[in-house]
Structure formats: C-alpha cells, structure tokens
Design a protein around this ligand. Sequence first.
Ligand SMILES: Cc1ncc(COP(=O)(O)O)c(C=O)c1O
Length: 390
Amino acid sequence: MSFNINRRDWLKKSVLATAGLSAATAFIQRAEASPAIRRELQMSLSPDFQLEKAFVGINPPAVMKARLGANENPWGPSEKVKQALISAISESNRYGRQGRADLIKLIAEKEGVPENYILLGAGSSELLTASMVAYGMKGKIICGDPCYISGNEEKIPLEKVPLTKEYQYDLDAIAGRLNGSQSLVYITNPNNPTGAILPADTLTAFINKVSDKVPVLVDEAYIDYAKNPKTDCMVASINAGKNVLILRTMSKLYAFAGLRVGYAIAKPEILKAIAPYCSGGFDISVPSFAAAIAAIKDTDFQKLTLANTAASKQYTYDFLTKAGYPYIPSSANFLLFPVKMKGSDLMSKLMAEGVMVRKWEFDRQHWCRVSIGTMDEMKIFAEAFSKIAS
Ligand SMILES: Cc1ncc(COP(=O)(O)O)c(C=O)c1O
C-alpha cells in the first residue's frame, strides 16, 4: 500500500519536474531573446526580490530593529569608500571608461589573472543571470538542493541534487548524474543558505574530473569569509586552464549591496559566452567605479568586517547552543539552523519584534537563516527569538 502511494507520489513528482523543466526551458529561450525577460530573471535572482517574495502577507513593523534577511554588511560603506564616492561626484558628467579600465586592472592584479579574464557586472546577479541564460539554452543546469538558485526552477532548467547528510554539496552524486543533458554545474561555495564550504582539494578534484565534459560555475559570493580565501577559491583551476567560471560580488565583505559591483573570472572563451547577456560593466556608474577601487584597497575595513563578523557569529553560536538549537557551522556572514515552528510563523513573529530573517524548508524541516549583523543586532535577534520560541 505504502509502496503504491510512494510510487504514485514519485510519478507525480517526476511528471511535475519534467513539466517544470520544459516551462523553464521555454522561459530561458524567451530570456535569451529579450532583455526585458532577462531583467525579470535577474529580479528573481536578486536578494531584494527574494525577500519581497518571502514576506508576502507579513506586515513590516513600524521600526526595523535588526535587518538580518539579506546577508548585507552592517559596518559599511567604509569612510574611504564614502570619500571616494564624494570625490567622484564631480567627474560624473564623464563616461566611465577610465574607471572601468582601472577597476579591471586592480581586480586582475588582486586575483592573479590576466585582465581579459575579468568581466564586470552591476552586482553578481547580473552575471549570474547572463550565465543562466547562456548555459540554460544549451541544457540543464545541475546544482545542489538547496543552493542559491534552487528556488528558481520555474525560470531556469535546473536539475537539483540533494545535499549530503552533513548538508554539504554532494559532488559524487552530481558527477554520477552527468550524462550529456547538462550544460553547466552550478556550485555556491560557501553555500547559501547553509554557509558550508567545500574543502578546496575536494572541489579541485571534482573540477579536474568533470570540467572537460561540463563547465563548472563556482559562485563565490561569500568566499571572503572563508578561513583562507586565497586558497579556498578556485582561481588556481582557472589558471590551470580548466572550464571554470567564478562569480564574485562586492555586496558582502565590501558592503556594496546598494552600490552594485560584481565580477566574473574565467578564460576569455567562457566570458565570451556570457558577455552578450550582460552590460559588461556599463551599468556601473563613475562613483561606483571609484568606490570599488577604494574598497579593494581598504584592507583595514575588510579586516574590521571580518573581525566583527567573527565576534557576532560566535555570540550567535553560543546563544543557539545555550537555547538548544544545533546549527550548521558557517563560513559565511549568515548561519542556518532548524527551528521547531513553521518558517512562515517564525518570520512573521520575528518581524513583529522588528527582526528580519529568512526561512527555508528542506530535509523535512523548517530552518531559519539569520545574517550576521552587529553585536547589538544579534542581541536583539537572540532576545526576540527567545521570546517567540519559548
Ligand atoms: C550566493 C549568492 N550569489 C549571488 C548573489 C547576488 O549578489 P549581488 O547581485 O548583490 O552582487 C548573492 C546575494 O546575496 C548570493 O548570496
């Protein structure tokens, strides 16, 4: 009996998944042809829109006390960035050709790659959208479940592979599924929403094994928060000639969520595949170029952010441990833990206390993803959570 039900459920699920895939393929074909549809896809991929969707039916409080829903950097922008913005205002009557060239040069030096390995975008959502369109036209995009793009199956032809029992990307399962129908492997590392990072040697071995068959996109939005960003990132694989596309955002460590700067790193033939679907940095303003250059050079602010994030994260770990909530150790500026109530109740109850978080549902559990804010914000979160969860 239960076998029948399971089988029926399984059949229903696979019929729905196939229908979803063909609807998503049709959507990607429309996005390929139309900048307006690409814009729609980009909005679905942007944290702002995801928050808006998650908060449907939940009334915002009069005063927001702790904005912990979009993994923003509460300590920025830095003073040096503010100064760079102010100085650049008087040059804003000019086109940004020089600023763009200077920023590309600086990023290429920082990453240790040639300048033609860098493609700028107005945030990494733009580059992510372009990658989904370019590769989604050719086949399925195989990814972890959950990961940053896994909620977008209506628009992107996704093949989702559940995480392991340790909530880590299941690279063996992904490698085992590659059968010629996939055009791209998408890996969020560290993953969003789990915060878990793949060991560099494991991910490098996976890339060496599969990337000749299928290119690998590594979304490194949070790599700056890893223990050893220089060696935990996959730039070495790119320099080794592998088919790897890295996406980076300045929205996190550099506090640029509203300034909108991101970049792709890959060999030129890969960048050429996605370039037709993005602005190539033309959406970035003269002040944002100047600010990005100042931010990359402002290592004091980067160190301050990392130290503050570590302290606030440790406080939150300790609070959760005392409250009896296990969490997934995080290599990012957010953390994820299972909760004992429905995600929508959690969000609305916390919102009523002026605290914004994100809900997730997977592995038959409800989860809370809380961004790491200032110490004051984490104390407000802890107090509000204790109130609603007891
Ligand atoms: C994994 C990941 N990729 C990409 C982005 C997009 O960042 P942005 O468009 O602000 O550069 C985010 C934002 O939160 C993210 O978490």
